[in-house]
Design a protein around this ligand. Structure first.
Ligand code: SF4
Ligand code: SF4
Length: 90
């Protein structure tokens, strides 16, 4: 049975809003968004999860270990940017 999770998860309590993950992502999955409740005033967000190819570049570059990418081959189910529930293994 597929695990319910996004292909890429950002731990918002660890994110320092450097933007490196947004710059490195080859699939335009992530964006910096305004977040007035944190002192940096911004936060990385997963906005197009269906585009993620699980390359882990974002996870590797994040200096604050704030990103967790699902392993390739593991079946997951999540809601995409269009509100559709999808199941994927990569
Ligand atoms: S690289 Fe890490 S700390 Fe920097 S914006 Fe992305 S999630 Fe936040
Ligand atoms: S794993 Fe790769 S494709 Fe997915 S969000 Fe990170 S950098 Fe982008």
């Amino acid at each position: 049975m597929a695990e319910e999770r996004l292909p890429v998860i950002i731990n918002e309590s660890l994110c320092k809003a450097c933007g490196y993950c947004v710059e490195v992502c080859p699939k335009n999955v992530l964006e910096m968004v305004e977040a007035l409740d944190v002192w940096m005033g911004a936060m990385a967000k997963v906005v197009r999860p269906e585009n993620c190819n699980r390359c882990k570049m974002c996870e590797i570059i994040c200096p604050d270990f704030a990103i967790d990418v699902a392993e390739r081959g593991v079946e997951i189910t999540f809601t995409d940017s269009q509100g559709k529930v999808v199941t994927k293994t990569k």
